[in-house]
Structure formats: C-alpha cells, structure tokens
Design a protein. Structure first.
Length: 177
C-alpha cells in the first residue's frame, strides 16, 4: 500500500488582530491586554497574534498611561506595553484591524490601500451585542477624564472582546480545517 503523500498545504499562519486608538496609550493597549488574556485562556496562544497601535505617533515609545496600567493591573491583566503608530503596510499581515471609535475607523479606512484592507477594519464594540443593539459603538476616550472613565472603558472593552473572541475562534478553526 503506498504511503500518504506529504501535505502540500502550508502550516497555518496565525490569525492577526491589531487594536487601534489615537495615541496607543489608553484604549488600544487595554484592548490588546484583555484580548491577549482571552486568547491565552481559550487555548489559542500561538494561533492568534494580538497587538495594538495608534493612528498618531504622539506617544511612540511610551508606556501605557498610568491610569490604564492601574486599571489593568487591578483586574489581573498584563500591563507591559510600548506605544507605536499604525502603518498602512501592516494591513498585509493583519486579518482584523479593530478601531476603538468611529474616528479611528475613518482614519484606518483612509490608510487602507485596497478595498480588502478597508474590509479588515471593524469597530470593537460591534462585537458586543448590547452596544450594537443601541447603536453605541464608540469606546469613549478616558484620557482627559478621571479614573472612573478608565474603569468604564475596561468594562466596554471586556464585553466586546468576548464577542470578538468568538469570531476569531471560528476563523482560526476554519483555517485549520
């Protein structure tokens, strides 16, 4: 009996997600940290790559805002972060580019070089059925507010990331099928 031919299919490439806000020091690093923990807990580490960036480079090289760090740490999430600016050529390696509000969504769609790149851009809260039901899809910027705004931001991010995980899990399973 002949042996089975080696698979001509390449090893599955990880599914890549990048969260984007303005400066990459508040909302997007929060979403990155939360989603990375969900990916790990779901056993998808190595199959899903998670990072974040800002539409602007104001804070490139900086750590996350101290209030972001405090909120993440108090909830048990990783606080390691270095801010960077999103680059248009990243679309080629990303599967989803998750905007934290409509302004980021517009900026990312302007950066997209192809319709396929633009199709990768989604609003984070579009993955939260309760937010979608009321049409409130922006995660408000907590930067100019108080600590409570950062706590509220984390709640919104956590709710939406749960729904995003379902979508990403399905995509990952589809790649391995």
């Amino acid at each position: 009996m002949p042996s089975a031919a080696p698979s001509s299919r390449p090893a599955a490439t990880p599914f890549s997600v990048c969260f984007v806000c303005t400066g990459n020091i508040c909302r997007s690093p929060m979403a990155e940290s939360v989603f990375r923990a969900l990916v790990r807990d779901a056993g998808l580490e190595g199959l899903v790559l998670v990072d974040s960036a800002g539409t602007d480079g104001w804070h490139e090289g900086d750590a996350a805002d101290p209030r972001t760090v405090a909120v993440l740490a108090s909830a048990g999430f990783d606080t390691t972060h270095v801010a960077r600016q999103f680059q248009a050529d990243w679309f080629a390696r990303l599967d989803l580019v998750i905007a934290l509000d409509r302004g980021h969504e517009r900026a990312l769609r302007r950066l997209a070089r192809t319709p396929q790149d633009a199709d990768k851009v989604r609003l984070l809260r579009s993955f939260d059925p309760s937010a979608e039901a009321v049409g409130d899809l922006d995660v408000p910027d907590p930067y100019y507010g108080d600590f409570v705004g950062f706590e509220e931001c984390l709640k919104m991010v956590e709710a939406a990331c749960e729904g995003l995980l379902d979508v990403v899990r399905e995509a990952v399973e589809g790649r391995s099928a």
